[in-house]
Design a protein around this ligand. Sequence first.
Ligand code: OS5
Length: 232
Amino acid sequence: MSKIAIMGAMVEEIEPLLEFLGTYESVEVADNTYYTAEYKGLELVIAYSKIGKVFASLTASTMIQKFGAEKLLFSGVAGAINPKLKIGDLIAATSLCQHDLDITAFGHPYGFVPEGGVFVESDKTLLAIANDVASDLEKPLLEGVIATGDQFVADEVRKDWIESTFNADALEMEGASVAVVCDAFDVPFFILRAISDSADMDAGFSFDEFLKSSAKESAQFVISMLDKLASK
Ligand code: OS5
């Protein structure tokens, strides 16, 4: 049976999945709760990591090493950079980078560390499945670069810098760290986000207003991806 990890950063990002599944078990590992369930012949492990790159790396590593996850799907919300993205719209990462990683003092580009790269590429098969799901549901799905950093961005200047430095379409606080972990373990991953705000001066208010509804948009799409994965 295929083992699939689904993670979010905040409880609101996984609650719709747990509500949909109804029945699941809880396991405590490293001060966090992991929920296990079976769905249409798929073995699922679901968790929210808590906010930021460190907690997200810990959760992704645990899902892979402790629970044996063979694929990882991230579901959650993001701040929009690309003006095409409106509240509730979905973006799937084609690649991810860390916008707050800076050793430029040594002549390296932003986001780069030796023996790493600036961008981590998402799994093409999972992206293709997502595109099939989007056309089945007749839902627009933008593909693009997601920039990650340990900052809630609520500032046009910082947002514009991230756009011009990384050509990013959306930003958040966990995706690239999950990508780095999955890439290192050779586990295919897919990072999906629904827009909650535009990373501008109103971002905090917008985030509070749309966190739940956008998290649900993303989670519902991931459920449809599970249906597709189960039928393969
Ligand atoms: O996980 C964080 C990143 N998420 C994506 C995102 C984002 N990232 C960066 N910049 C933006 N403009 C973004 N828009 C969407 C969302 C999340 C942001 S940090 C939100 C923190 C909200 C909060 N803080 N305290 N609480 C909620 C209450 C609380 C109390 C106890 C336990 C849990 C929560």
